[in-house]
Write a protein that binds this ligand. Structure first.
Ligand code: ATP
Ligand code: MG
Length: 258
């Protein structure tokens, strides 16, 4: 078991107003599993990832990661937050190198690992570039390299490919699936794009509108390796997409009515 969410609830109080972001939820994610979260905006997906990463405490309940209770910053997960953490004043190389510096790796090892990771995400030759000189997709790849470079066993990814154009998104999905196939990391992947969830995940968790709870969990019965360019033509893809849409659509409509 990689992640166990046990009766976890989150309430925020801001300016005297309480928001129930998550009503108590339970969820278990096995080691090596690829799970996607979908749900309407504001249903607590990022909140839940923040709690797994140990950045935010739960109001009630507890989260276990690799059998340990998460009660401080969880250094055993790699977290690609919704606002990426690429630093504009550092070069591509320096950005990707940063997590390794924090871990105290020596210069030669850093050099080798960063070089290898940049070539894997197709950014060789851009080591000395600053983020402002990159396209949106390249910047996302820097964030992906930064996430993967220290080889965390669990990856938390919050809408990592949301802002990319459709073709680049498919390419990035392919890269991520290749990386997952090679490393067997546990992946929790938040997306607004149902097609992306079905393309990538073994299980898709559908959250209800605020306060977020788990409305449905769907198994995606499509064998790996999956080709993001072609998977959408399979009958199993269509069926999964339709099932998930039936669960999700009323939740989105509820939010619109408020
Ligand atoms: N620091 C905070 N203080 C007060 N309320 C917050 C805070 N962070 C989030 N919230 C509220 O908690 C709810 C859940 O927010 P969260 O960011 O987890 O949603 P989300 O599902 O990730 O949405 P999106 O899909 O738009 O990214 C929202 O109503 C939001 O306004
Ligand atoms: Mg979010």
């Amino acid at each position: 078991m990689a992640i166990a969410v046990e009766a976890v609830e989150k309430r925020y109080v801001a300016r005297g107003r309480e928001t129930v972001a998550l009503s108590p939820i339970d969820l278990r994610i096995e080691a090596g599993e690829f799970v996607a979260f979908v749900g309407p905006s504001g249903c607590g997906k990022s909140t839940l990832l923040n709690m797994v990463a140990g950045i935010l405490p739960a109001t009630a309940g507890r989260i276990l990661h690799d059998g340990r209770v998460v009660d401080r910053i969880n250094t055993h997960v790699g977290y690609m937050t919704q606002q990426d953490s690429v630093l504009p004043w550092r070069t591509v190389f320096e950005n990707v190198e940063l997590p390794l510096r924090f871990r105290g790796l020596g210069s030669a090892e850093r050099q080798q690992k960063v070089g290898e990771m940049l070539s894997r995400v197709g950014l060789s030759g851009f080591e000395a570039a600053y983020p402002i000189e990159l396209s949106g997709g390249m910047r996302k790849r820097v964030a992906l390299a930064q996430l993967l470079v220290y080889e965390p066993g669990t990856l938390l990814m919050d809408e990592p490919f949301g802002a990319l154009d459709a073709q680049l998104k498919l390419l990035m999905q392919k890269q991520l699936l290749d990386i997952w196939a090679a490393g067997q990391q546990t992946v929790v992947f938040v997306t607004h794009d149902l097609a992306e969830a079905v393309t990538l995940a073994q299980r898709v968790v559908v959250f209800s509108g605020r306060p977020g709870r788990i409305k449905a969990i769907d198994e995606i019965d499509i064998p790996y390796p999956r080709d993001p360019f072609r998977v959408r033509f399979l009958p199993a893809f269509e069926a999964a997409y339709a099932r998930l849409w039936d669960q999700l659509a009323p939740e989105i409509a509820k939010g619109e009515a408020v």
